[in-house]
Design a protein around this ligand. Sequence first.
Ligand SMILES: [Fe+2]
Length: 225
Amino acid sequence: MEEYTKPHFPNAKVEPIFPTGIMTFKYENSLEMNQMSYFLKSQPLNPGVDGYGKISEDTYILDNPELSSLKEFITKAFLDYAKIVARIKTDGIALLQSWISVKLKGQMHTPHQHSNSMLSGVFYFDDYDINSPPLSFHKEINAMNKSSLLPNLEENYNESDFAQHERYFFPQKNTFVVFPSYLTHGVPPNPSERPRISLAVNCISSNTFGSKSNLAEIDYDRLKK
Ligand SMILES: [Fe+2]
C-alpha cells in the first residue's frame, strides 16, 4: 500500500461534538492558604482500604470555620464552572462532602465516579514532586459505542485530542480542578516517598433542578415541607 504522507482532504473539518471540560482555579493568597493548609494537614485520618490510601475522619471538612475562605473560593469556582462550562440554570452551589485524601508510596485509586453529586473538584494545597502521580481522567467506552476493532495507535496519537482514552492533570500547589461528577477518574500508584495529599469536594445546585415535565425534578422547598 502507498505510504500515507499527507491528508487527502486538508480542508475537511473535524467537529469536536462532545468535548468534556475540566477547569482549573488558582488560590492566590498563599499566606492565608499556608495557615489553612496547616489545619488541613492536622486532621485525623481513617486507615482506609488497603492500598487505597487514607481519608480524613471528617468528611465535611469545609464546614470548619477555620476554612471559611477556602469554602467561599471553592463554592465560587464550582458556580463559575456550572455557568461558564456546563451552562446549568442555577444561581447557587451547595457543597456536599469534602475530605482529605492521602496516598502514601504505592497507594492508588482505581478509576471511579462520584455518585449523587453534580460537580466534583480536587484542591491541591501541598508541595508535590516530579514523581507525584496525576489525577487521571478516563473516557468511558460503553457497550453501545464500543468498537469491535482495537486499532494500533500511531506514535503521535497524543497530538489528536480525539485519540485519547486517558488524560492527566498533574497536581499544582494551591490549584483547584473542577470536573463533572460522572467523569471517570483515578490516581495511578504513587511511586514517590512524598505522600500525595489533596482535598476532594462534591457539590450540587442549591436551586430546584431537573425537569418537571420529564419527572426528574428535585424541589428542595417541597421536600422540606
Ligand atoms: Fe474521586
